[in-house]
Design a protein around this ligand. Structure first.
Ligand SMILES: NC(=O)c1ccc[n+]([C@@H]2O[C@H](COP(=O)([O-])OP(=O)(O)OC[C@H]3O[C@@H](n4cnc5c(N)ncnc54)[C@H](O)[C@@H]3O)[C@@H](O)[C@H]2O)c1
Length: 376
């Protein structure tokens, strides 16, 4: 037995070299992770085995001289998973998020990925995680679109022109070849302008800036929301075109409850959202509001929490992929897809990248020990 512990360190340029920006490969990894969830061959954290992650909530007032305080999209999160099948890997994504970072010239969130051998528990890799996380986040609406968008979908409305908005466009345009035009709405015109450049130059999709949210919602075959700011986007689902697919990748509000009954709901993994609902009863002041302030599935989980909607009607995409649940049944159905992001997606794409890096010897090998101190 090799008792040394050596792991592969992959910087962001190494991740690019190893293919992290390959959306076709990422769609496959995310789709595999959904199918493994549906087969039960996975574990995530917490007693539910489906927790999104372990969160550091900063309090409204500091309790120590340097303790950070609550702010929009401000958190640290540890997301852990085992993924089975051919992946057979354990891992964690650890990240911090603070929208004030934008003023420092830093991304809103900074991610690290650690992968471990599930049997001898050795760490295998430490990876720069931003691109990996953004790609898997964009692949999720891509997979959802493949199964849930109306056939021949041509138009996409993007609300929030940030990193996730861009990779969502890449995921959707890679998953369905019928997409013709994207309409983008962001509170900052400069963000929309950068998005248009990305869409047209990098992906080759015609992109149009719109100046109010309604224009990115009405007449769209697919609408994608991933906005991060002081005020959540507020959507009137009555403005959605019949047969539209609305992907909630980032938090949003619904201006009324008309969507209940009017729309079918699909989730990346409904059990994970149920875990949020259970957490809302934890005896901590303001916990429900905290969860609802950032969980992308907030309107849906709150409707279930309040008894306005039965969770039994909500299907998970993995069940669709393995044939245990129907995909879109009618071209006129309006579908809402909720996703919070899951550690299984990070470790799935991470494992594929690590395999490529191992094969091509990309990155650096770092050593913990040849033989552990107490075992010498
Ligand atoms: N579901 C997941 O797996 C997942 C993963 C990563 C991020 N997210 C969520 O996606 C959101 C976006 O993340 P990002 O990394 O792209 O952030 P980002 O900071 O790169 O971009 C967010 C964009 O949203 C815009 N915006 C803010 N409020 C808006 C509004 N009301 N209407 C329209 N645009 C608005 C901002 O101007 C900015 O351009 C975050 O809320 C994050 O929590 C979800």
């Amino acid at each position: 037995m090799d008792v040394s512990v050596r792991l592969r360190f992959l910087s962001e340029p190494d991740m690019v070299k190893a293919g992290v920006m390959d959306m076709e490969g990422c769609l496959e990894a995310v789709s595999d992770s959904f199918a493994l969830i549906a087969k039960g061959d996975y574990l995530m954290g917490g007693p539910s085995e489906n927790d999104h992650g372990h969160l550091i909530w900063f309090p409204p007032a500091p309790r120590g001289p340097r303790m950070p305080v609550a702010g929009p999209d401000r958190r640290f999160m540890a997301m852990i998973a085992y993924l089975g099948g051919d992946y057979h890997i354990c891992g964690e994504k650890w990240y911090g998020s603070n929208i004030a970072n934008r003023e420092l010239g830093l991304p809103r969130s900074i991610h690290s990925i650690i992968l471990n051998d599930p049997d001898n528990v050795k760490p295998l890799a430490f990876m720069s995680g931003n691109l990996l996380s953004q790609m898997r986040t964009g692949a999720v609406p891509g997979v959802a679109t493949k199964y849930l968008a109306r056939s021949g979908a041509e138009t996409l409305g993007i609300i929030g022109a940030g990193m996730v908005g861009k990779t969502a466009l890449l995921g959707i345009a890679t998953a369905i070849k019928t997409l013709k035009r994207v309409y983008v709405y962001d509170v900052f015109e400069s963000a929309s302008e950068k998005f248009v450049q990305y869409a047209e130059k990098e992906i080759g999709i015609e992109a149009v800036i719109v100046h109010n949210m309604e224009d990115a919602v009405k007449d769209m075959d697919i609408v994608h929301i991933a906005a991060s700011g002081e005020k959540l986007p507020a959507i009137d689902t009555n403005q959605l075109k019949k047969g539209a697919l609305l992907c909630l990748t980032g938090a949003a509000e619904f201006v009324n409850d008309d969507w209940i009954g009017d729309c079918s709901i699909y989730a990346d993994n409904w059990k994970l959202h149920q875990a949020f609902i259970h957490e809302m009863d934890y005896p901590r002041e303001g916990i429900r509001e905290e969860i609802l302030s950032w969980a992308p599935s907030a309107p849906v989980i709150d409707a279930v929490y309040q008894g306005k909607l039965s969770g039994d009607t909500i299907k998970s995409v993995g069940d669709v992929i393995i044939g245990n649940a129907p995909a879109r049944e009618n071209p006129d159905d309006t579908i809402i897809f909720i996703t919070s992001g899951m550690a299984v997606e990070d470790v799935a794409w991470g494992k594929k990248i690590l395999d490529r890096a191992n094969k091509e010897n990309i990155g650096q090998i770092l050593s913990f020990w040849d033989k552990q101190y107490w075992l010498k």
